[in-house]
Unconditional design. Structure first.
Length: 237
């Protein structure tokens, strides 16, 4: 047998061997990677963060925190939501995103404070500040906060607005001028602004009209509290 024949026989033998090997591999799938192991996602809702992580680790899964959300409907630090529903099968090693309950923020108490101090405290708590109309108050000094909306301790989402009202001091009214008026007209003007007619001093003056008011105390224009009595001197001549 010459060399050419030997070469051809060897060549065709190699081709047939390779073809057979490929056919066997395709038929038996010897080199295919093993299928991924599937596991069921456990129910994590309501579990504390550490327990949820341990449950996922035991199932061959990995927990990632997608965020923290203020809520009054769940205990702080527990799972309130998971990205994949319980029972769904996923490849082992899959990451499962969860959302964890966070404490609901409450409005701090700024009553009795000045504007600068209150604004700083509210902004540090994550709120905006808006000034409302002044409110008269006998106990809170003028310029201090007498009222806030929402009230202290109420839950309120961050970035919301807290309305503050400053005290305008004691509630006072201006005493009307009633000198020269008759007693009946003077009484009407005094009661109109929330004051009362108090003690009457009867005097006699020829130059004044009958029952005319000759003097008053507090004087016209004086500021006083509602309900204060106004003493009048009245001519009876």
């Amino acid at each position: 047998m010459n060399n050419s024949s030997v070469f051809l026989i060897a060549f065709f033998t190699s081709v047939l061997t390779a073809t057979g090997t490929v056919w066997v591999i395709e038929r038996t799938n010897i080199l295919a990677p093993p299928p991924e192991q599937q596991v069921a996602v456990p129910n994590l809702k309501g579990l504390p963060e550490e327990d949820a992580m341990n449950n996922l680790r035991a199932a061959g899964l990995v927990m990632i925190i997608d965020g923290r959300e203020p809520t009054a409907d769940a205990k702080v630090g527990t799972i309130i939501r998971q990205a994949m529903p319980p029972g769904q099968t996923v490849p082992k090693g899959q990451t499962i995103a969860v959302t964890i309950a966070e404490e609901v923020p409450v409005v701090p108490d700024v009553t009795g404070q000045g504007v600068s101090e209150a604004t700083l405290m509210l902004e540090q708590a994550g709120y905006r500040v808006q000034k409302g109309d002044p409110v008269a108050d006998d106990k809170v000094p003028e310029g201090k906060i007498v009222k806030q909306v929402p009230p202290p301790g109420n839950p309120l989402d961050k970035n919301k607005t807290v309305l503050i009202h400053l005290s305008s001091g004691a509630d006072q009214v201006e005493t009307p001028k009633v000198v020269g008026l008759t007693l009946s007209n003077a009484k009407a003007q005094i009661e109109k602004v929330g004051l009362k007619v108090g003690k009457l001093r009867w005097v006699y003056a020829d130059e004044a009209g009958y029952m005319a008011v000759l003097s008053q105390e507090p004087k016209a224009g004086d500021k006083t509290k509602p309900g204060t009595e106004v003493t009048l001197s009245v001519n009876r001549d």
